[in-house]
Design a binder for this molecule. Structure first.
Ligand code: GRF
Length: 203
């Protein structure tokens, strides 16, 4: 069984989609823990209800980014994960933290990377007038919202879209591509060469 630790900051809808897929598809993997940097993250209750250890490591309790990341790392590592999944985890991570999980940490970003890094991606997309927008699952590297791309999904941008309607359309796709990408990792189908992800055929 592969062991997965999921990091969240809030609602945790991607986390729910991952927990659901792991159960329904009977992944050879266990969600070993869900950790939030915010005590009021609503996703924590869902994890706990599903018998998954749900913990808080609150960044506000630490004097620096380095101190927080060190505490978070030791909490994550106490669950001995094969994979760390960032699911709406709203923190910029330090380089040593990212290096420690090189090749075994995934993130989902709500844009078609490399377009629209950072925050307010749906607003950025509307302002740019793009006709397609979407989401990207990628391995985490030191540069924010960069890193080898595992999966993407595109959605149309409609003339009357608001940030909220566009976000909802993208989120629906996030809930499909993130569990799928994690499943590929669990099944040992992902490899990275020269910054590119290869997905091997199903065994
Ligand atoms: C998602 O849009 C994700 O791509 C972004 O933050 C949002 C988190 O939503 N990084 P949720 O907590 O998974 O519902």
């Amino acid at each position: 069984m592969r062991r997965i630790v999921i990091l969240i900051s809030g609602r945790g809808s991607n986390m729910r989609a991952i927990i659901r897929a792991a159960q329904n598809e009977e992944w050879p993997a266990q969600i070993a823990a869900v950790i939030s940097n915010k005590a009021d993250a609503s996703g924590l209750a869902y994890a706990a209800e599903h018998g998954i250890p749900a913990l808080v490591v609150a960044n506000k309790d630490y004097p620096s980014r380095e101190a927080f990341d060190a505490a978070l790392q030791s909490k994550i590592d106490s669950f001995v994960p094969d994979l760390v999944v960032l699911a709406g985890f709203m923190r910029v991570l330090t380089t040593p933290f990212v290096a420690h999980y090189a090749g075994r940490m995934l993130n989902i970003h709500p844009s078609l990377l490399p377009s629209f890094v950072g925050l307010a991606t749906h607003r950025q997309a509307l302002a740019a007038g793009v006709k397609l927008h979407g989401a990207t699952v990628h391995f985490v590297t030191a540069e924010l919202d960069h890193g080898p791309i595992v999966a993407q999904a595109a959605v149309p941008v409609e003339a009357d879209d608001t940030e909220a309607t566009l976000a909802a359309r993208v989120l629906e796709q996030e809930h499909i591509i993130y569990p799928r990408a994690i499943r590929w990792f669990v099944d040992g189908r992902l490899s990275v060469q020269d910054g590119m992800v290869r997905i091997s055929q199903e065994a």
